[in-house]
Design a protein around this ligand. Sequence first.
Ligand SMILES: NC(=O)c1ccc[n+]([C@@H]2O[C@H](COP(=O)([O-])OP(=O)(O)OC[C@H]3O[C@@H](n4cnc5c(N)ncnc54)[C@H](O)[C@@H]3O)[C@@H](O)[C@H]2O)c1
Length: 262
Amino acid sequence: MLTGPKYFKSTQKGSIVFSLKNKTALVTGAASGIGAAIAQTFAEAGATVWIADMNVRGGEAVADGIGGKFIALDVTREAICEQAPQAVGPLDILANVAGIGHVGTLINTTAADLDKLYAVNVRGIFNCCKAFVPGMLERKSGSVINMASIGGIVAVRERLAYTISKFAVVGLTKSLALDHSHTGVRFNCICPGRVETPFVLARLKEYPDPQAAYRDMASTQLNGRMAKPEEVAAAALYLAADESAMVTGSTMMIDGGWSAGR
Ligand SMILES: NC(=O)c1ccc[n+]([C@@H]2O[C@H](COP(=O)([O-])OP(=O)(O)OC[C@H]3O[C@@H](n4cnc5c(N)ncnc54)[C@H](O)[C@@H]3O)[C@@H](O)[C@H]2O)c1
């Protein structure tokens, strides 16, 4: 008789859930949007979850809501990141989700814009990996999930600095996987298309007709809609769980087919 692997835990007939019981996770950028959804999903899967964000009020609210813990963390501050493991303790899962956007072509992107995007989206992940990955390597176990973007796989129009930064996130993730996957620590990234979060909704308000802009942005997904944060969180749950033990160095597309072709 065929039986499933013992780590698949069925709660009811026909359903399989991934468990993060006895695991500790830290999610950066978890005060809002995709990070908050990932933190909630990890908590629901049984993990002890640290919400790490520079937005103290928002981060504490998410922590209260999901029974998690909050740590104030600006991922661009190397020294603050270095100290974080002392407060948090050993980590099984590090989800680097904190990120910012920018709209502009070469003509209206400044060097300062590029530096800012790089500082948060790339060095922020680098800083958090420098802080937490050595402990994972020592314990020979861990899952690091970096939030890249469709903009890390194909160029996104009028998003020069953002596209540069997200291609770097993919490169950073693959380099980490190549150097360290033999240790048992895994590194993957998630590449969402457009997701309905404050990040995107704030952009829409900048357009003269926000509803038309929403339809336009939704149409880049082949299925004609934006993703919901919990649909990205489901991918993070898989990458965090032991069931994805064979997956490292990957770019998981949650883009409604955007990257398939245009
Ligand atoms: N929303 C989308 O359509 C979309 C698509 C692809 C990728 N992404 C990526 O997903 C991630 C989350 O996006 P979102 O839409 O949930 O954004 P969001 O603006 O809703 O949330 C981002 C969070 O990051 C935090 N943050 C920003 N700078 C920080 C810093 N220096 N240190 C610590 N925290 C910081 C913010 O306080 C906020 O809580 C980003 O990396 C973004 O590039 C988003």
